[in-house]
Design a protein around this ligand. Structure first.
Ligand code: ADP
Length: 393
């Protein structure tokens, strides 16, 4: 406390008592003090909003607040300000209770003299400062503990994800590797016994096992990139309708005659900026899933809807659907629904789709009913060509 510039807020409705206190203060060696005197709690709260003080002197019998009631609103408005309560002769118990509830000290009105007042004010301020620094240290410690706990939880989750990743990858690599080993062994050992057609089948199996492994590697690399924030967003001017037609043709080609893909586009499509590679991942994966999880002979609808500020891509199938309890985790790596049966998959496709949608600043949602079908809706913001410069920085 600097005694030379002590700023006191006195809350006292009795004018004579207030005058007396001012006189006592003047006698002290306070070279400069300023005393703001208010008569009601409400006024005090208003003053605290406008001004800074070193200490509050509080009478416990005010017209708008009685006894200890005043303490709570005061300490809420000015938590770091020390409060010294002023009591009457026979109010010892009340005074002690006030100290228990957060006041720094109490003074019995008729016993106040300059030494008592000065000592009380000084101790009140010092005690409050110590309490405040303790509180700050405590707060800092609490925050540190929370941060550390969050770091540990995250590290644990990352570790868990890593081990799931490793066991999943080893499992998914082992299957095609086994196929390759088996077919290569058969070809080697039975060269003269196998017909030309049989040999061709084995070579085709080897070929598709290698393709599976390459696809898995690509997916793992892509997820790794997205997780480390390295998924690049490189928008270029693109005409969406022909681009989607091309994707549908490619998907129809791989589905053969087992499924029918129907593409429709609605609305206006101004030439805008899109990241071709991210769009390919998003739509390619969703179309491939729609085919993979639908029965033969079914139709897959692909709608492209141009709106003023967004473009909506909707891919709808009449397939096996996704049980409600599996829908929440769908976009997490390695999550597969409980009804996939023997349909092959890694559980990485939708995680990749989500990351690509986010990199495009868009949203993805799903509605699905088991045995009826699934519909994925991707909404991406339209970026007009004039904005290209914003992204090139
Ligand atoms: P997967 O390689 O298993 O297909 P994805 O990440 O692409 O991995 O999909 C995660 C899971 O979501 C799938 O295993 C499947 O259970 C479910 N799923 C995705 N798309 C569909 C769909 N169109 N119909 C039914 N289930 C789907």
């Amino acid at each position: 406390m600097s005694a030379s510039s002590l700023k006191i807020l006195l809350i006292e409705d009795n004018l004579a008592e207030a005058r007396l206190l001012r006189e006592v203060l003047k006698q002290g060696d306070f070279k400069r003090f300023s005393l703001v005197h208010v008569k009601r709690l409400r006024e005090a709260l208003d003053r605290l909003q406008e001004d800074c003080f070193d200490v509050i002197l509080l009478d416990l019998t005010l017209p708008d607040s009685q006894g200890l009631e005043s303490l709570y609103p005061l300490s809420r408005h000015a938590p770091s300000l020390p409060i010294v309560v002023l009591t009457n002769m026979n109010d010892d118990e009340l005074a002690i209770e006030a100290v228990r509830q957060g006041a720094q000290d109490y003074l019995v009105k008729r016993q106040i003299n300059v030494e008592v007042l000065f000592r009380s004010l000084r101790y009140a301020i010092e005690r409050k400062q110590v309490l405040e620094s303790l509180r700050a240290v405590n707060e800092a410690l609490k925050n540190r503990v929370q941060e550390r706990t969050a770091e540990l939880v995250e590290a644990k989750e990352v570790n868990q994800l890593k081990s799931e990743f490793v066991s999943m990858i080893s499992h998914d690599f082992r299957n095609p590797l086994n196929t390759i080993l088996l077919c290569a062994g058969l070809l080697e050992d039975n060269d003269h016994l196998l017909s030309k057609e049989k040999k061709l089948t084995h070579f085709q199996l080897i070929h598709s096992a290698i393709q599976d492994m390459a696809r898995l590697l690509d997916e793992v690399l892509l997820i790794g990139k997205a997780d480390s924030g390295k998924l690049q967003y490189q928008p270029i001017p693109m005409d969406l309708v022909p681009f989607c037609w091309q994707l549908v043709e490619e998907a129809q080609f791989s589905a053969g005659e087992k499924h029918q893909l129907v593409f429709t586009s609605l609305g206006e499509f101004r030439e805008a900026l899109w990241d071709e590679s991210l769009l390919r991942h998003i739509l390619g994966n969703l179309l491939a899933n729609a085919i993979k999880y639908s029965p033969q002979g079914s139709t897959i609808q692909f709608e492209l809807i141009g709106q003023e500020k967004t473009v909506v891509f909707r891919i709808q199938d009449g397939g096996i659907g996704i049980p409600p309890e599996d829908q929440k985790q769908l976009f997490q790596p390695f999550n597969r629904a409980s009804n996939v049966g023997t349909i092959a998959g890694t559980g990485l496709g939708l995680a990749i789709v989500k990351k690509c949608v986010e990199a495009h600043g868009g949203l993805i949602s799903v509605t699905s009913e088991v045995g009826v079908g699934t519909s994925f809706t991707v909404t991406l913001p339209l970026m007009a060509i004039v904005n290209l410069n914003q992204w090139s920085h």
